[in-house]
Each structure stands twice: as C-alpha cells, then as structure tokens.
Ligand binder design. Structure first.
Ligand SMILES: Cc1ncc(COP(=O)(O)O)c(C=O)c1O
Length: 486
C-alpha cells in the first residue's frame, strides 16, 4: 500500500484507449480508492516507462494528464507525488455487484434465527457465557509465554497441536469418561466446524440425516449444505425420541444429537434412550454425532455417561468446544472419533483451513494442562448456579401459566407456556418492554409442538436476570389472566 510498485498497472496494447490514458486511469483509481494516499511518492517517468515497457513520452503524457487534473504534483528537485491537498477520499470498498449474477445462489435458504438486539435491552441470548470467572492474571501469564516464542515458520499438524490434543484427551478421560488418547482427538474451528467436517466426510446428496426437532439450527443448516435429506425427530422430557427414528431401508446414515443438554429444550437424554440409540445405530450401521457443547455445567444432577463413553463399536463421533466453557471468540472445538473416520475428517480439514491457529492452540494447551480450565469451571459453576437460582426464583410467580425445563445443566432453560398462551405474543410484548427472548419457532422445522421461551442466562448479570424475569412474569400473567377470562 502506498507505493506505485505495489499497484499493478495492466496495459492493453490493442485497446481503443491510448496507453497514457490507460496508465493515468489506473493511477487515478488507485488514488481515489486510497491505495495511493496523498503525499505518496510516484516513480520518475523514466522508471515508470521502464517498468511498464513503454516509451518515456507515454509515461510523461500520463503524468501530464494527472497533473492537469490536480491528482499529482511535482516538487522541485525531489520528484512527483500524489497531491497532498486532495479532498477526503471515500473509503476503499469492494466494487458492488451490478447485475443479478448466475452464481449468486443461496444453497441453504433458511432465515437467520437470532432476534435482533435492542439497545439497552436485556437479551436472554442463548450460547452466551460469562468471562467474569476467568482469571486475567492467568490469562495474561499464559499468553505472554505463548508470545515469547515465534510461531512456526511453516504449517503445523492438520489434526492440531500435539500438546492441546493430549490436554483435551486427558480432560475428556477425567471429566467425561470418554476413552481416548491424543491421537483420537482432532482440533477444529469450533464445534460447528467439527459437525461440518463430519457431515462432509459422511453424507452425500440424498442421504438421510436425522436431527432433533426442535434442534440446533446451525447444525441443521450445516447438514443441509451436503444435500442430505433431513429427518426431524421429536424430543420430549427424556430427550430425542429414539423410537421415532426410521428403521430398515429408511434409517438415516447419521444422527446429530445433544444428549447432555438438549438444544434448545435443555433436557438430558435418559440412560435408557442412550442405550437404545446406540443399539439402533449398531443395528442400522449409522453414525451418531454427539454434540457435548456445554456439558461442563451441571447443577444438582448426577452426570450421565456420554454416548461416546458407552459406545463399543466406533459409531459415535464426539464433538466438544471451548465456546461455552470459555468463550466462542476463541473458535476452538474438537472431535473424537474412530481413526478411520478421523482420517477422512483430517483430509477435509486440510482443505478447509489447514489447521486451527497455532498461538490459540498453544495457549489453550497450557490453560487445560496446567489445571486452569478446571479451576475456571469451578468458579464458573458457582457463578452460573447463582444466575440459575435468580432465574428460577424470578420466574416462580409464573407457575400455573408456565413451567421451567432444562435447569439441570447448561446455560439456558426453556419456559413452557400453558396451553392457549402464544410464545410469539409473549416475546413481542416482552420486547416492547426491553426484554429479548427467543421462541421455539426459530429452532423447529414447521410449527413448534410446544409454546415456550428460551432463556439463556449465562451472560446476564443477576440484576438483569431479576429485571428481565419480572417483565416476563408480568407479561405472562397479564396474557394468562386475559386468556382465563375469555
Ligand atoms: C448445540 C450447540 N453446539 C455447539 C455450539 C457451539 O459451537 P461453536 O463451538 O462452533 O461455537 C453451540 C453454540 O451455540 C450450540 O448451541
């Protein structure tokens, strides 16, 4: 930026436009779009002519034009410069597309699910953790150590940094009972890349892929990008209704599930269903993708074994992430699966981004292996337990009109409304009073079977939860009483 040497000038000898005009036009454009800022030095006409393979007269004529237009100025004895008194230039921007291009298609035509923010409002946003429990001192110490080494000059291993893979394998053995070693772990750019790589590795257009309904819309869209036919499977208080999975020739090739904290209803897949899902997968030779996105947070409930800990046939691909336990901005997740499947995933990962960023992997490796992740989880659990208690207490008066689900784990809950109450109406009235909640509509295929609100509380302060739940109680009570007197 800022030197003509960096700005490619292309000349078309057969063009109707003369060579000086072509040169002047390209320099003018570089000045106007900011690539050549005011005051930049331009090469001498002799050097320019030589670089472009034209006669000096051609270069002189181009500069004369730009001079006459005021874009450039000569400084006596010191050369030619972009004029320093040009008016402020528009910011450089990519050229807009000026026609309806044939290639501009939307392969997955589903609207975005996130309700727009409301300035000053209280948003019970799903998937939002808090960084308050993170020790800044620890974070700074780990990063300064990472920063003291130069990054490798070449690419690193596609499967991920060996130290981080070992640290995650240790963490999963200890905390989740998932049997794996460092070689069974692949580091990804978040859980969603793991799901994308698995989908690409396994599915072809027309294959069937089962998903929870309601479920995680991003995973649903990712599966759709493969051209697979989606098979929605209903969810109840015990999680995915395994008995609704198609059997025989219609059995899906892949099933995506969130057993520890169903997204979005918040329920846990019962042990009986876990076993029957594994049995179903074995019988139909299908792959289970287990998304364990926020299992670190469990409250007053015994841990249930992940499917990956119960699997004996290599039919579960286990996906985890640092997005909830730390922050989604790190963009680091991981995947544990049979070596045969990982081999395919790794070949695709190489095509996607080669590997996840080295410094971030290094910092996380230290964070996990030095016990800092465990300490952070302990502190975060206490914080979220308080937030969860405030949510439950704040919503207590609404019992009768609504019922809370999914508080045993994770960072969000589902408030099911009594029959006759519309979740969309409650959400709209709450929004008018500054409180943002999602309804199941965005998470369901077709009309949701239940009416209710999704309440992410991980990222909210206690007073925000208290104020937000008060608004919800008011709105639901008003609507409930109006409904009752109808
Ligand atoms: C079900 C589920 N899986 C995974 C994630 C996290 O994905 P990532 O690791 O790509 O940030 C989320 C985040 O909202 C989620 O809801």
């Amino acid at each position: 930026m800022g030197s003509l040497a960096d700005i490619p000038i292309r000349l078309e000898r057969g063009s109707e436009q003369s060579l000086p005009r072509q040169i002047a036009a390209q320099i003018r454009r570089a000045i106007l779009d900011g690539r050549l800022p005011p005051g930049s030095r331009l090469p001498s006409t002799r050097a320019l002519a030589q670089a472009l393979g034209v006669s000096r007269n051609v270069a002189l004529a181009a500069y004369d034009d730009l001079h006459a237009e005021g874009y450039i100025e000569g400084r006596h004895g010191s050369g030619t410069y972009v004029a320093s008194d040009l008016p402020p230039l528009p910011r450089p921007a990519a050229p807009p597309l000026r026609h309806k291009a044939r290639w501009l298609r939307d392969p997955v035509a589903i609207p975005e699910a996130v309700p727009a923010d409301l300035p000053g409002g209280i948003a019970f946003r799903l998937g939002q953790p808090s960084l308050a429990p993170l020790s800044r001192e620890t974070w700074r110490r780990i990063w300064s150590r990472v920063a003291s080494d130069l990054p490798p000059a070449g690419y690193g291993p596609v499967e991920g940094d060996p130290q981080l893979r070992a640290a995650i394998a240790g963490h999963l053995n200890r905390t989740r009972g998932v049997p794996c070693g460092p070689d069974d772990v692949v580091i990804t750019a978040g859980a969603i890349q793991a799901v994308m790589l698995l989908a690409r590795a396994v599915l072809q257009p027309g294959d069937r892929a089962a998903i929870e309904d309601p479920g995680y819309p991003t995973a649903r869209r990712v599966l759709m990008t493969t051209g697979a036919a989606l098979v929605p499977v209903p969810v109840d208080h015990d999680g995915l209704r395994v008995e609704c999975l198609p059997t025989g020739r219609n059995a899906p090739l892949l099933v995506y599930v969130t057993p520890s904290h169903q997204y979005p209803l918040g329920v846990r897949l019962s042990v009986a269903r876990r076993l029957s899902l594994l049995e179903w997968a074995r019988e139909h030779d299908s792959l289970i993708v287990e998304d364990d996105y926020d299992s670190e947070f469990r409250f007053d409930a015994p841990p249930l074994p992940p499917l990956a800990a119960l699997d004996e046939h290599g039919q579960v691909a286990y996906v985890g992430t640092f997005s909830k336990v730390l922050t989604p901005s790190l963009r680091v997740g991981y995947l544990v699966a049979s070596r045969a499947l990982l081999d395919r995933v790794v070949r695709l990962k190489r095509l996607a981004d080669y590997h996840t960023s080295w410094p971030v992997q290094r910092a996380l490796a230290a964070f996990v292996s030095e016990g800092e992740l465990d300490r952070h989880i302990q502190r975060a659990r206490r914080l979220y337990a308080e937030r969860r208690r405030t949510l439950r207490e704040g919503l207590a008066p609404v019992i009768g009109w609504a019922r809370l689900w999914g508080l045993e784990a994770g960072l969000h809950a589902f408030l099911e409304l009594a029959p006759g109450l519309s979740a969309v109406r409650v959400a709209a009235l709450a929004r008018a009073r500054g409180v943002i909640v999602s309804t199941l509509d965005d998470f369901s295929i077709g009309e949701p079977e239940r009416q209710g609100l999704l309440l992410g509380y991980g990222g909210l302060e206690l007073d925000e939860i208290a104020r937000g739940t008060q608004v919800l109680v008011d709105v639901i009570t008003e609507l409930g009483e109006a409904h009752a007197t109808k």
